[in-house]
Design a protein around this ligand. Structure first.
Ligand SMILES: Nc1ncnc2c1ncn2[C@@H]1O[C@H](COP(=O)(O)OP(=O)(O)OP(=O)(O)O)[C@@H](O)[C@H]1O
Ligand SMILES: [Mg+2]
Length: 502
């Protein structure tokens, strides 16, 4: 139980962080009670990551103060923060990808150097004590999102963290992994750990937290007990207006006319992931693709777009406008009008140190490669301005580096980079992951607009309401192939789920 009168474990007073003259957070007061789960919500760019990075020593305050157990502290590095008991699990993982699980766990500790073999046994026992099913000898880059997260959590527990901060921990987890994650968080709470947890999934915040803090434009709007909130109140406080009209989950009532067949996949086979998969995608429609993780959705469409690096395709045929194609790299697919908007923006989406405009322009250059090699600064600037406006990317200017954007706005850059190629077939893989409710509405509107313009649009999503509200037809994949197809009026969540599981 949390006690209201115990001193807060962690406190911010008038915390302000300014980037290039613009405050990312401004005079924020925040307190974390001992043993509580405290959710932080807010739109993309509201300052959630910045506020917690301050606590974790990643970012230093411009003004204001931070207290731990009533004492003034100012951790300058994540290691400083860890020494005073604060650990952060980042939006993008901070593990060393080329090292093993055990090496990551004991990184920076002396015994790491002394007993290289011993650490594996120790790590094994430690992971077991947490009931984490992760092989300590596995190289981190080969682990899935959930396992990487377990390693990060294990590392925090190993360092006796009394505060653990999670920045969008569930964004890349499957529904089963999410459930497991929440059990874990409740278990950490039982161990006396205080938890801060950032999420765009408001249902999650309502489910697990004790209290909720809402940020808007870098300022704290409210902190209150979970029970005083419902979804509508959270959304309203987040955006400062009533969004209930636009937020998604509404059933789609009309179906667009099916245009020509743009893509046809026949009996595609690929390693263990795709098994005789056949499907078609038509112009002028949104085709939703649903399936549990491991159902081969992403793999199928990555092969179509030439994104899968090695040639994993073992058989079958891919036809683009009735012409057989087989792309081993993305460039020729892009030139033929196929765009794949990635779910993994960090890995495949953009260059961190390039500007917004520069990143978007790269999309155009990729399309024109060979035809025209001239790079025009003016064209880059103009197209940057255009897409910033069209997708409502929140940044001070087109010259801001991608790494300086909030997560949701980075996602919009990734989308722009593909749309500037004016593709005929656009594959969106989890297009609204990590994107706030307002921006979800904007991206959905854009997807609808593309289909209205006659494009063939594919939306791969693990979130049923998203599939339901966007799709004209819905394909359900299970164990490597499409097992069921619905036109949107006949689909229900139950039918889709049933097809995905049974
Ligand atoms: N390194 C940086 N340099 C300049 N500006 C930055 C930097 N990091 C963040 N910002 C700016 O600070 C503001 C708050 O960003 P922050 O990442 O904290 O938002 P967020 O609430 O976590 O958003 P999201 O939900 O999209 O992750 C944004 O306007 C962002 O562009
Ligand atoms: Mg963030």
């Amino acid at each position: 139980m949390t006690t209201e009168f115990a001193p807060p474990v962690l406190e911010l007073r008038k915390a302000t962080k300014v980037y290039a003259g613009v405050p990312a957070i401004e005079e924020v007061d925040f307190s974390l009670r001992s043993g509580e789960i405290h959710a932080i919500v807010g739109e993309n760019g509201a300052g959630k990551s910045t506020m917690t990075k301050v606590m974790a020593g990643v970012v230093n305050l411009s003004s204001g103060e931070m207290l731990v157990d009533g004492h003034n502290v100012s951790p300058k590095t994540p290691n400083d923060a860890l020494r005073i008991g604060i650990a952060m699990v980042f939006q993008e993982t901070s593990l060393v990808p080329t090292m093993t699980v055990a090496q990551n766990l004991f990184l920076g500790q002396e015994r790491y150097f002394n007993r290289l073999r011993g650490i594996y046994i120790e790590a094994q026992q430690f992971m077991q004590s947490l009931q984490f099913d992760v092989d300590p000898t596995a190289v981190v880059s080969l682990l899935g999102a959930a396992k990487k997260q377990m390693v990060e959590i294990a590392r925090a527990v190993l360092h006796n963290a009394k505060v653990i901060i999670f920045d969008e921990p569930t964004a890349s987890l499957t529904p089963e992994e999410k459930k497991y994650f929440f059990d874990l968080v409740l278990d950490l709470k039982k161990r006396g750990v205080s938890i801060i947890f950032i999420s765009h999934a408001l249902e999650e915040a309502l489910l697990v937290s004790d209290r909720i803090t809402i940020l808007r434009d870098g300022k704290r709007v409210v902190t209150d007990d979970k029970d005083t909130f419902d979804r509508a109140r959270i959304v309203k406080e987040m955006v400062g207006r009533d969004l209930s009209q636009t937020h998604y989950g509404q059933r789609k009532t009309t179906v667009r006319q099916q245009g020509k067949r743009v893509l046809s996949v026949q009996n595609l086979r690929m390693a263990a992931m795709v098994k005789n998969n056949s499907l078609s995608v038509f112009a002028g429609q949104v085709t939703g693709v649903f399936g549990l993780v491991g159902s081969g959705r992403t793999e199928t469409f990555k092969v179509v777009a030439g994104i899968i690096k090695r040639d994993f395709m073992h058989g079958g045929e891919i036809l683009l406008n009735d012409r057989p194609v087989r792309y081993l790299v993305p460039a020729p697919a892009v030139r033929d009008g196929v765009a794949y908007v990635t779910e993994d923006r960090k890995l495949e989406g953009f260059f961190e140190t390039k500007s917004i405009a520069g990143n978007i322009y790269l999309g155009l250059l990729a399309k024109l490669r060979g035809k025209r090699d001239l790079v025009s600064r003016r064209e880059e600037g103009e197209s940057g301005e255009h897409w910033i406006k069209r997708l409502n990317i929140r940044a001070i200017s087109k010259d801001v580096k991608a790494i300086e954007l909030s997560g949701g706005n980075q996602q919009k850059v990734v989308i722009s980079k593909s749309l500037i190629q004016d593709p005929e077939l656009i594959i969106f893989d989890e297009p609204t992951r990590g994107v706030d409710v307002g921006a979800i509405a904007e991206i959905h509107q854009l997807i609808n607009q593309l289909a209205d313009e006659g494009k063939a649009v594919v939306v791969i999503s693990s979130y049923l309401p998203e599939i339901m509200s966007l799709s004209d037809r819905i394909l359900v994949q299970r164990m490597g192939k499409v097992v069921e197809e619905f036109s949107s009026p006949e689909a229900t969540e139950e039918k889709i789920m049933y097809a995905a599981i049974h």
